[in-house]
Design a protein around this ligand. Sequence first.
Ligand SMILES: [Zn+2]
Ligand SMILES: [Zn+2]
Length: 343
Amino acid sequence: MGLGVRCRCGFTNGPLADLCLKCLGDLALPSDCRRGRNGGPFAWETVDLSQVYPTAPFEETVERVSVDLHALLRYRLLLAGLLRWLERLDTASSGPIDEIVSFLRGGWPFAEHVNLNYVARRRMRIFGGLNHARRPSRVFQDWFGVLVKRARDVGLERLDIALIDEAYSGSGLGRIWKLLTEAAARQPNMGRVEVRLHFAAVIPEDAANRPQVLKKTQRPPMTAKGISLIPEFTLLYGPVLFYDDPKFLGLDRVSGGDFEQEDYRIVKWRASLFSMTCPVTRQAIWNGGTIGEGDAPSFISSFVSLGLSHDRPEIDQLARGLVSEGCPDCRRLLALVNEEGQP
Ligand SMILES: [Zn+2]
Ligand SMILES: [Zn+2]
């Protein structure tokens, strides 16, 4: 927030930033506050997948992958909505967000998209899924304790945390809230800290029980040990594309909830032909070459940057294809995507 940790260049960074977001200068964060980033773009609180990815073998090469173009364009609009939400929070009068958090596996594509496309990069902090093993919950609570301690040490009276999570049933949101209230109650009773928890709940269009999800977002603030937790929920609707799909997420879960340590398997594959197909005309609107190669940490990230970025010629090619081969919905959705402008 406004009185965050100021770099020599004048830019205000969050209390746990080890690197200035603007000038990339070292912020001399105390060693007991350094967490997960290790010079990389993401702060990995649990297993660092970027370390595992390069050595994971390709499992197979498939001839052709076809994706529903309507769903893809709506997904693109969802991602744009997410970035607009962060931008709004970052430019609020109270100052920029201190921490941006997401969880494996469902939050992984969102984290990648924010880091690839958001103006303030290198800010995602990623935790293993809170029901993937016991450790991620502990690490999450530990992070919260370090954050509050650091805020008190540097005299911050307010923290703003953005949390991005898909909300299929809402149980994940409930779990996050429970863990944070427990963690707050465990801190020493010292100076007052107001913690604003800005949740982006990404609700799939086919969410099993929407009223139940909405109920999970009705939570009154609570205070423990001088720490006030003030939740605020923003609901984003859209197709949560590839939800629970190891192949497209590039990631499978190996561990169970009762395991001690979370464990994941990288799912790495190539496709030699990639097409987006209009579900109405059944025409393949866009045919692309190989994806799933290169440094992209998952299939979906190459997919998002290849097929969904604004500054790529592929979108122009897509637009030309739509004139003759798409349906009115294709054209309407593409117009909306173009209106969004560069994310
Ligand atoms: Zn700086
Ligand atoms: Zn169509």
